[in-house]
Design a protein around this ligand. Structure first.
Ligand SMILES: NC(=O)c1ccc[n+]([C@@H]2O[C@H](COP(=O)([O-])OP(=O)(O)OC[C@H]3O[C@@H](n4cnc5c(N)ncnc54)[C@H](O)[C@@H]3O)[C@@H](O)[C@H]2O)c1
Length: 366
């Protein structure tokens, strides 16, 4: 994670987070560990709890304790409440559960809060619902939506780690199999590409007509889940939506069909009613984290560099900021561009620069 490492080295000298408490509700992986130690290098006191009941990598909790990160890991709901109770200055959320707890907590729990960052699509969807209901009480930055996160982490990270986890859990030969992917958003585009690359026949199900057309023109078969249920060997839901694969769909599936979810919550598959002839992976939770290794560090480098730099950006705001601006923010453009440039540098890739003449041409109507 070279970009994050470099940010950590600067944080160590400048201490931009000095004296601040950061409460992070994230998947407890080695990469999250690297982010936590970066924040500590910046002077923050860091508390961490898992953002999903099955997404903690063995060994990481112990390792983080050695570095001085307090990790709550008793049970999911209690841990998040304890995090909210740390009266944080900054929060990092992944899915919105910490945000929700802090929103409903006594005012005193938010007295230090400058704002926070949201890491995933489902969390941003929930933030927007809070904002629409006029219930958003503090500023949140939608890290998920920034190009250097969403176009890489969601696409390549989820794509590779989801297929890898399914193969690791089942040892199924993907070549020649029929893989059905529900949802052709950022993650779905990544999962379909990896499945196709492994030699599978890939079917997409969608509810958005534009996404369905895009999948069709990218060469995938598009159909309803009811029809796809009859064809698939392996099913992956990655929509952020509920009841995408129902008991009725599973009753139609072939013997030995494998069903997995890579969306944030375990609500996409009717996990209570899985028939005996179908195999559900990872209890319907994020299969790439619960049954695999999660996203590779190379891609988390970009997501977590955005997180660290946004924490610094919030820490640099004045005291009145949270009260003046309890809304959803984009990652500042200069942060996103910095992450892309530094990542290219780390990869030893050079690109061209606009000449003055070109800039002028692109900025003029005539
Ligand atoms: N597993 C991981 O590590 C990981 C990483 C990033 C995001 N996520 C999660 O994955 C989910 C998807 O994220 P994204 O960034 O791809 O979102 P996205 O908004 O880009 O795409 C979601 C797609 O699902 C489609 N959809 C919604 N309901 C559907 C239904 N009933 N049937 C078929 N398609 C449907 C939408 O039209 C949309 O095209 C979210 O829950 C997100 O939080 C997981």
């Amino acid at each position: 994670m070279p970009v994050l490492k470099q940010i950590g080295q600067r944080f160590l000298k400048k201490k931009p987070l000095k004296g601040l408490v950061v409460a992070a509700c994230m998947h407890i992986t080695k990469e999250t560990g690297a982010l936590m130690t970066t924040l500590m290098a910046g002077g923050a006191r860091v508390y961490l709890a898992a953002s999903n009941p099955l997404s903690t990598q063995p060994g990481v909790v112990k390792d983080l304790a050695k570095y001085g990160v307090t990790v709550f890991h008793r049970d999911y709901d209690t841990d998040i409440k304890r995090l909210a109770g740390t009266r944080p200055h900054l929060i990092m959320d992944d899915g919105g559960d910490l945000t929700w707890d802090l929103t409903n907590a006594p005012d005193s729990w938010r007295k230090n809060l400058i704002g926070g960052m949201e890491e995933t699509t489902t969390g941003v969807v929930r933030l927007r619902a809070l904002a629409r209901g006029d219930m958003l009480k503090f500023p949140m930055i939608a890290v998920n939506d920034t190009p250097t996160k969403r176009l890489f982490d969601n696409v390549y990270g989820t794509g590779q780690s989801t297929m890898e986890a399914i193969v690791m859990a089942t040892n199924v030969l993907m070549a020649g199999k029929c893989v059905v992917v529900a949802g052709y958003g950022h993650c779905g585009a990544g999962v379909t590409a990896r499945a196709k690359g492994m030699g599978a026949r890939v079917i997409v199900t969608e509810v958005d007509p534009r996404k369905a057309l895009q999948a069709h023109m990218n060469g995938y078969e598009v159909m309803t889940m009811r029809r796809a249920a009859l064809e698939g060997d392996v099913f992956v839901t990655v929509t952020g939506d509920i009841n995408v694969i129902t008991q009725e769909h599973m009753m139609l599936m072939k013997d030995g069909a494998v069903v997995a979810n890579a969306g944030h919550f375990d609500v996409e598959i009717d996990i209570k009613n899985v028939p005996a002839h179908v195999t559900l992976l990872a209890e319907g939770r994020l299969v790439n984290l619960a049954a695999g290794r999660g996203h590779p560090p190379a891609v988390m480098d970009m997501s977590f560099s955005n997180q660290a730099l946004c924490a610094e950006w919030l820490a640099n705001q004045d005291d009145t900021f949270p009260f003046r601006h309890p809304r959803i923010y984009d990652v500042p453009e200069d942060i996103d561009e910095y992450v892309a440039r530094e990542k290219l540098k780390a990869l030893n890739i050079c690109i061209d620069t606009l000449t003055d003449e070109q800039r002028q041409y692109l900025n003029n109507f005539k």
